[in-house]
Write a protein that binds this ligand. Structure first.
Ligand code: NI
Length: 162
């Protein structure tokens, strides 16, 4: 396992569309394991392929609950419902947070790390995370969806003054 470097705002790979994974093999499994390790090292909730410089439709999400890290290959939203206004950030935009509208509920289909078909229903934070990470696979970033006037820069220094 290895921690990968997370690409940041301005890196053009973040704007590119990722390709479908054709074969879920040991190499893909290894990449997903690295993505989880990287996610945990940044205390993040989600990470997508392009963020580690790979244009592959791979996503990991961890809400640090009983569901554990979720590893997704070629995830697709098959249904979404409702809206929620959420506070959001992104590992590729350190210290930046803004309000966004995300679906309240999503149902996705994907393959797991063994190439098995899975279906996941997400509500609340999980729906938000899924929507955010799947956007990355199409080169869409949270800054594209900010509710005007809500972008904030929060650094450890100015957070203390709040
Ligand atoms: Ni992100």
């Amino acid at each position: 396992m290895a921690i990968r470097i997370v690409r940041e705002n301005g890196d053009e790979i973040l704007r590119k569309r990722s390709r479908e994974v054709e074969v879920v093999d040991e190499k893909i499994k290894q990449i997903l394991a690295d993505m989880v390790e990287t996610l945990h090292s940044y205390n993040g909730v989600g990470l997508a392929g392009p963020q580690i410089g790979l244009l592959k439709r791979l996503v990991v999400i961890d809400l640090y609950d009983e569901k554990g890290p979720i590893k997704l290959v070629n995830p697709k939203i098959v249904k979404q419902k409702g809206e929620q206004e959420v506070e959001e950030g992104c590992l590729s935009f350190p210290n930046q947070f803004a309000k966004i509208i995300r679906p309240a509920e999503v149902i996705i289909e994907a393959l797991d790390e063994n190439g098995k078909k899975i279906k996941i229903k997400g509500e609340g934070l999980l729906a938000q995370a899924i929507s955010h990470e799947l956007d990355h696979l199409d080169g869409v970033l949270f800054v594209d969806k900010i509710i005007p006037g809500t972008l904030e820069y929060v650094t450890p220094e100015n957070e203390k003054q709040k």
